[in-house]
Write a protein that binds this ligand. Sequence first.
Ligand code: HMG
Ligand code: MG
Length: 299
Amino acid sequence: GLPPRVRIHEVGARDGLQNEKTVVPTEVKAEFIHRLAGAGLTTIEATSFVHPKWVPQLADAEQLFPQLGDIPGVALPVLVPNERGLERATALGARRIAVFGSATETFAQRNLNRGVDESLAMFEPVVAKARADKIHVRGYLSMCFGDPWEGPVPVHQVVRVAKQLLDLGCDELSLGDTIGVATPGHVQSLLAELNEEGVPTSAIGVHFHDTYGQALANTFAALQHGVSTVDASAGGLGGCPYAKSATGNLATEDLVWMLDGLGIETGVDLGRLTATSVWMAGQLGRPSPSRTVRALSHK
Ligand code: HMG
Ligand code: MG
């Protein structure tokens, strides 16, 4: 059956803004995150402590993170690729981090400047140190269904890296359909194979992109499998700068519309969330691609 409650892992401020050409001022990012919290989101990915040349849009992490303060009841995870990133994040008091691996060699090289196994080796001390400090660790896994350079990605290849990320000590896994090519049957096959190989559904989150209009169908397939952590981006912001054709994360509003209809609790106020995305679209100078944002804001 379907889960009674879904935890939405909001990625708009990180995955969304990292892919916008416009570099948003730090104060606007801080206001965005506070508004997302005001709309009821409880896990809001804030920024990345990566090399500023690789993602200039998030180069202000040191300025932004302290501006967020402690928002009661809200977790503010940040992306950390290596020990340098961990040091920067923990110096500012970050309590949740995410490492980000790839199921494919090509994307690992393009995103992290090293292959799959070398990137896992880079994450190992990061996860170990974080865990020793009781910092929660998410492990992203990109290109779980298809890769723009390598084509379809075999399920066993994804399962291998997924297990390695969990073996390092990640508390949860986020399965990324970075280029949005997944379809519901493929999602079910991957989830079944992960379970078969000993990965519990409770450790799994899903991260869909709406490139082919399949993100909600894929989410529903994952919910039917028992998944209750779903990544989404307010207003459908962003994609990934190192993945050709990675358009549009699943919009949080589209997700909440579906979950509300299913009677699945999220704690999110759709009206406040939509108003936030309309405001952010104004800041970026272009309309939100989310159908739900458009429908609700033109009423
Ligand atoms: P590298 O060039 O191999 O790094 O990059 P290095 O270890 O050789 O170090 C080179 C220099 O960078 C050194 O400085 C380091 O100190 C510095 P120098 O001594 O030459 O002056 N450096 C850093 N500076 C600041 N912060 C750091 C850091 N690390 C090293 N953390 C690296 C390797 C991992 C750093 C680089 O490739 C990088 O930053 N990559 C991140 C790219 C990124 O953020 N991509 C987007 C992530 S989104 C994603 O993956 C998909 C996801 O959204 C899910 C989905 O949608 O599917 C999660
Ligand atoms: Mg994404």
